[in-house]
Design a protein around this ligand. Structure first.
Ligand code: HPA
Length: 273
């Protein structure tokens, strides 16, 4: 495992000239942020040793390195999902590679269904905590102490300072920012209305098919995490209409402008700390 991480990092390092500070994972329909990166150096996942290839519509499948607001960033334009059939080790492999490349913070984004009826499609939601409802954990198996602790603490998985910074960014742009708990389900089927009701009772505010495995690995690696959901639809049973991936992409497309401004402001504030 460490050998594969090193091989992938070595390959990427031969192409990059500088150390990335912030890693970005861009979720469904949110890959547009990578197009804002200045002096971009793009590395296709399929060229990186050990990287799986991304298969989902709305995901480009490349790493984009460069600067955003003067900060060195590395963006994953497209991520790997458990429902695609990858092991959780593969799903989270890029996080370990980004750690090796030198990132100190990770901004994880996703499209998610609104479980809390105070949310609306198009809302941006600051993730304050998560519920692992899928049950799997990418750390199952022997622990490599070079990578992190056997029993990592998740009591502040989403960094409090980064949350404050995101709130400041939203305020200064006058973008309404909701906050809440993200629930991970494996997918790829969407939830039933009964499951959504259950998730609401459990304390979930939004539900999606990603993020939690990556956050667990990032915290294992002691990378600071900020999580942002774009509410792409109301979860099943809330509205009297079926859910489609098309709707998810369409709504994230509509939320694109405020998402881009918000992310750039966050990174700008991060650079000024
Ligand atoms: N459920 C699960 N995952 C999702 C949803 C949803 O409603 N919307 C976007 N990703």
């Amino acid at each position: 495992m460490t050998i594969q991480i090193e091989q992938a990092a070595r390959y990427i390092n031969r192409i990059l000239l500088q150390t990335p500070k912030v890693g970005l994972i861009l979720g469904s329909g949110l890959g547009v942020l990578a197009e804002e990166i200045k002096d971009p150096v793009k590395v296709s996942y399929s060229d990186i040793p050990g990287f799986p290839a991304s298969t989902v519509e709305g995901h480009a499948g490349q790493l984009v390195f460069g600067t955003l607001e003067g900060v060195n960033v590395i963006a994953m334009q497209g991520r790997f999902h458990f429902y695609e059939g990858y092991s959780l080790e593969k799903v989270t492999f890029p996080i370990r590679v980004m750690k090796k490349l030198g990132i100190e913070a990770l901004i994880v984004t996703n499209a998610a269904g609104g479980v809390n009826t105070d949310l609306d499609p198009g809302d941006l939601m600051l993730i304050t905590d998560h519920i692992n409802n899928a049950g799997g954990n990418p750390l199952i198996g022997p622990n490599n102490t070079e990578l992190g602790l056997r029993f990592p603490d998740l009591s502040t998985a989403y960094d409090v300072e980064l949350q404050a910074l995101a709130k400041r960014a939203a305020e200064s742009l006058d973008i309404p920012l909701k906050e809440g708990v993200y629930v991970w389900n494996t997918g790829p089927s969407y939830e039933t209305p009964a499951e959504v009701k259950m998730l609401r009772h459990l304390g979930g505010d939004a539900v999606g098919m990603s993020t939690v495995p990556e956050v667990i690995i990032a915290r294992h690696a002691e990378i600071k995490v900020l999580g942002i959901s774009c509410i792409s639809n109301m979860a099943a049973g809330i509205l009297d209409q079926p859910l489609t991936h098309h709707e998810v992409i369409e709504t994230t497309e509509k939320a694109k402008d405020s998402f881009l401004l918000f992310m750039k402001e966050i990174i700008s504030l991060y650079g000024q700390r």
